[in-house]
Design a protein around this ligand. Sequence first.
Ligand code: DAS
Length: 366
Amino acid sequence: MRSSPIVRSLLAAAVLATSATCLVSPAAAVESVAQASKPRIMILATGGTIAGTGASSVNSASYTASKVAVDQLIAGVPELSRVAEVRGEQVMQIASESLTNDDLLKLARRVSVLSKRPDVDGIVITHGTDTLEETAYFLNLTVHTDKPIVVVGSMRPGTALSADGALNLYDAVSVAGSKDARGKGVFVTMNDEIHAGRDVTKMVNIKTEAFKSQWGPLGMVVEGKNYWFRAPIKRHTTQSEFDIDQIQTLPKVEIVYGYENAPRATVDAVGASPGIQAIIHAGTGNGSVANRIVPALQELRAKGVNVIRSARVPAGFVVRNAEQPDDKYGWVVGHDLNPQKSRILSMVALTKTRDPKELQRIFWEY
Ligand code: DAS
């Protein structure tokens, strides 16, 4: 159990007062005590635009992602030392659209190990913005810790005019070191907002205000101070029945998209891929399924493949038994989760059960 900052300061002062010759100057001693009282944050770097470089300062959209190493990211924001003692680790250097299930497991296992270390108070993961929401949700479902975990990216490379990465990183480290951020699940901090990893999604592909949660952010972080306006009610982290330390592999779950004239052949082809355990149907409207697609999904269900009805519509939630008789078909609805998050939850849930009723319970609770 760490002593409080006041106790540590008094002890340091006592040591200084009694020592005949001071090995360090009083200012340095006070500074070292002050630094020692700062939260210890691990920054795990994975790539993305936040580690990107453009050919010139006006390249805010055309640049190369995943080029800058974690030590350079940290060195580029010396202000981090005002809010935390930070250490960096380069877990991978990949643009997030290219991440695989193996990458996700590797990252989550590293987060889990670090979260158990007494000298780590919080964890920040720098990540590409394209699939940041998927990683954040996966960590939210499987890492058993109350310590703040913050996933952060940027929409512009650090070389660009008005780059957003530096302040996003500062905010992320500040939140990760905040006592009032403990026990609230995994966060995404972007553009001064604190989002729940469960709720947030990338809604705009070229603006710094790219990330939205349809139920709203949890709060904002401004100049290192958190302003909370709501708290998550869905199960997460320590309240989750899923644990990354017990997950060896992730089941194969794929997504098919609904649109006018969508051929049944696509569903048949995806459904025929070896080892598939569930298919997410990103339906039109309230998760609608075209009449030529319904039999294809019913046949997959009869073969033991689970069917989850999600929706391509970015907001709202899929109502069970509305557009399709889910009870009759043995299908699951993805609730308010978008197709990519429905896939993340399905993979995790399928490590425990293939029963559609149990899967539906999990979708209601997580
Ligand atoms: N390619 C994008 C990614 O790595 C860049 C970014 O937006 O971070 O997600």
